[in-house]
Design a protein around this ligand. Structure first.
Ligand code: CAA
Length: 692
């Protein structure tokens, strides 16, 4: 089948790219466009050309699946097509619906004009893949919107709605009827006789740009991008667009693109892109998802309120339930404030906030939401409370409703056993704040039905979350691993590292907050409680560093008490000599030798145990794929996507090294830290997760 349909509408030719699912610029599409453009150029009866996408979208970019393959080198290249378009003797119009992203929008930028449906979005999201828009995507946009706006658009990679794109000058018109209005637009251009100047030759928006624009952008981007190299390279290229002639600017962009393409960050982000999409798939699951049109959330605290917002933001009416009117009023008040903040910040339009709020109603009686399609329990994290709620839900909810718990670690099977319908019971674990964090960790109990699993996996997409599916076990995918990261941080303290060094290393690595500061934020008393519960289930020989206990004894409960590992003024942390004294005492008692650590040692010691525990999750089926673990950690814990996730990082540093570290950790910390069988085998055979 030809990837480009050629249709004639009177004197205008309409070229429709037909390459599902997203009309990516594959070798087949490029070949089709090349042939069709040549035919349209050479036919004297053709006065103008419209390029559009078939199905639900325009061209969503280069074909990522062809990157690095022979197909990506097949001619014509994207820049060949762009040269053809810029030299085209008849008007060309890109008619955009759905999304015009990356190479798709770059192609459109070489047409004489761009028109878009009101619902369309355009953007250059390449930085999310660790590259930059290397087909003139850093050279042409500044010529339309100016350097400062181009920097904002391309370093963030954000998708811009048609109305804004038109105001900014990225497109020429917002139209109603595609393709008819686009055809009329092209015909008008042809009638004018004179072709618009190619974007690459315009310079009124770039000439004389103040160099401070770039200096300021570098300062803010260095902070925001936190170690990502692509956004900084984008600024260099946009500066080149403003200071060099077009051909030199394009050549500079090509050099920068090649550098980024060869980088580890590109490999990591590309891995992550596909992992995120793969994580939605459950091999062997044939059941159809049930439709979710209404929801209820039990518990109007921070978590429950956040989850209610998630449903409302997706347009799903939701009942927020709690035991008292006061609790509901408090919960609703917080939700209202959250929406107000978003509106003030400009990240949400007032009418969208109003629409979402109108979808949230309150209830103290379960009978009020008995007809809901799903109920998510987000009550206090205690088994007796959860079982009681599920027994009551079982009594009132309509048959076929999904009964979900947002527990972060409790046994789903024990909760399900409190009902007469364990097939409908499932874990749906959101991360705090639920309306912000992108992870939805679904947990399958022993008796959870295929249909229930299919429903909550599909629900993730509706809610705009990235989903992973975990098997029921203590801590599921994410929290099960977390204890090794925070635990190793405390062992490092005993051995001589300081809280500041550990947090600095983790934050330079790309974590939003270091493990020690994170402990302070969630509360050291809470950490102690969780640990005590866990200690009871552990085999002999397991050590916990007593540093948290010693701090709690001195009233250092964390940020909420103004002191924990650090001392605080508001949220600002400062090192505290008392903490160092306490830690030194903790080292002295059992005679642990203190020493200096390099940053590299700390980085490896912090993250290697994550990889080992992740390998054990693959071994016992808690996680289906290494990529799912990466998706969980990037979206739930802020692991930097440009490092690909902990499992990708582990494979990069070498599984043999991770294995060796686990053997050592077991000697130091206890047998639980020892290497898993899968890791042992892969390390021995020199293989990666694909062979797990
Ligand atoms: N190439 C190949 N396949 C792509 C693709 C691309 N550019 N973009 C999406 N797909 C595939 C996905 O892998 C997915 O496949 P499966 O169903 O087999 O998993 C399918 O299309 C649908 O994608 P989503 O599930 O993400 O669907 P969505 O509707 O939620 O989102 C989208 C659609 C907004 C286009 C989103 O997929 C997206 O953001 N894609 C990436 C766009 C992008 O980064 N483009 C730039 C590419 S790089 C480039 O163009 C370089 C250059 O300068 C030349």
């Amino acid at each position: 089948m030809n990837a480009v349909r050629f249709q004639v509408a009177d004197t205008v030719v309409v070229l429709t790219v037909e390459y599902p699912p997203v009309n990516a610029l594959s070798a087949a599409v490029r070949a089709g466009l090349g042939q069709a453009l040549a035919a349209a150029r050479d036919d004297p009866a053709v006065a103008a050309v419209v390029i559009m996408g078939g199905g639900s979208t325009f061209i969503a970019g280069a074909d990522i699946t062809e990157f690095g393959t022979e197909k990506s080198k097949a001619l014509p290249s994207l820049s060949d097509l762009q040269e053809t378009l810029e030299a085209f003797p008849k008007p060309t119009v890109a008619a955009i619906h759905g999304t015009a992203l990356g190479g798709g929008f770059e192609l459109a930028l070489t047409c004489h004009a761009r028109v878009a449906a009101a619902s369309a979005k355009v953007g250059l999201p390449e930085v999310n893949l660790g590259i930059l828009p290397g087909a003139g995507g850093t050279q042409r946009p500044p010529r339309l919107v100016g350097a400062a706006t181009a920097i904002d658009l391309i370093t963030s990679g954000r998708h811009v709605g048609a109305a804004e794109a038109c105001t900014l000058g990225m497109i020429d018109a917002v139209i109603d009827g595609l393709p008819d209005e686009a055809i009329a637009f092209a015909r008008d251009l042809a009638a004018r006789g004179e072709l618009p100047q190619p974007v690459i030759l315009r310079d009124d928006k770039v000439a004389g740009t103040d160099p401070e624009v770039f200096a300021a952008a570098r300062r803010t981007t260095a902070k925001k991008a936190r170690g990502k190299i692509a956004p900084m390279a984008v600024i260099d290229c946009i500066e080149a667009a403003c200071t060099l002639p077009p051909a030199e600017g394009l050549a500079f962009e090509t050099r920068k693109f090649r550098e980024l393409y060869a980088s580890d960050q590109r490999a990591a982000l590309m891995h992550y892109f596909f992992a995120e999409r793969e994580a939605r798939r459950v091999p062997g699951l044939a059941a159809q998802p049930r439709t979710i049109r209404s929801a209820a959330v039990i518990g109007a605290g921070t978590m429950g309120g956040g989850i209610a917002m998630v449903f409302a933001n997706a347009g799903i009416p939701v009942h927020l339930a709690d035991i008292s009117e006061e609790a509901l009023a408090r919960g609703l008040g917080t939700i209202r404030k959250n929406y107000e903040t978003s509106v003030c910040r400009g990240s949400l339009a007032q009418d969208k906030a109003d629409q979402a709020l109108a979808l949230i109603s309150t209830a103290t009686d379960y009978a009020d939401f008995a007809q809901a399609d799903i109920v998510v329990e987000a009550a206090f994290e205690r088994m007796d409370i959860k079982r009681d709620i599920f027994t009551r839900l079982d009594a009132v909810m309509r048959p076929g409703a999904v009964l979900a718990t947002n527990t972060s670690s409790l046994d789903i099977d024990e909760i399900a056993a409190a009902t007469s319908r364990p097939g409908d019971v499932v874990g749906v674990h959101f991360f705090s704040p639920a309306n912000v964090m992108k992870l939805q960790e679904n947990i399958r109990g022993k008796l959870t039905s295929d249909e229930t699993v299919a429903t909550v996996m599909a629900l993730g997409k509706t809610l705009g979350k990235n989903v992973v599916l975990a098997r029921n076990c203590d801590g599921f995918i994410g929290n099960r691993m977390l204890q090794y990261y925070t635990g190793e941080a405390e062992f490092l303290l005993e051995q001589g590292a300081t809280p500041e060094q550990i947090d600095r290393v983790a934050e330079q690595f790309g974590m939003p907050m270091g493990p020690i500061a994170m402990r302070d934020m969630s509360g050291l008393d809470v950490a102690m409680m969780v640990r005590e519960a866990r200690r009871a289930t552990l085999p002999p020989g397991e050590r916990f560093s007593p540093v948290v206990e010693r701090l709690v004894e001195r009233g250092r409960l964390g940020m909420k008490a103004g002191k924990g590992f650090y001392q605080y003024e508001g949220r600002n942390r400062r090192p505290d000599p008392e903490t160092i004294e306490i830690i030194e005492q903790v080292s002295r008692d059992p005679g642990i030798e203190r020493r200096n650590f390099t940053d590299e040692e700390i980085e490896f010691r912090l993250f290697a145990p994550l990889v080992n525990e992740g390998s054990k999750e693959l071994e016992d089926g808690t996680a289906m794929r290494a990529g799912d673990i990466d998706v969980a950690w990037v979206n739930g814990y802020g692991f930097p996507a440009h490092k690909g996730g902990p499992m990708f990082w582990g494979e990069k540093v070498g599984l043999a090294r991770i294995h060796e570290a686990a053997v050592e950790a077991a000697q130091r910390n206890g047998p639980r830290w020892g290497p898993g069988k899968v890791l042992e085998r892969l390390a021995r055979e020199g293989k990666g997760w694909a062979d797990a």
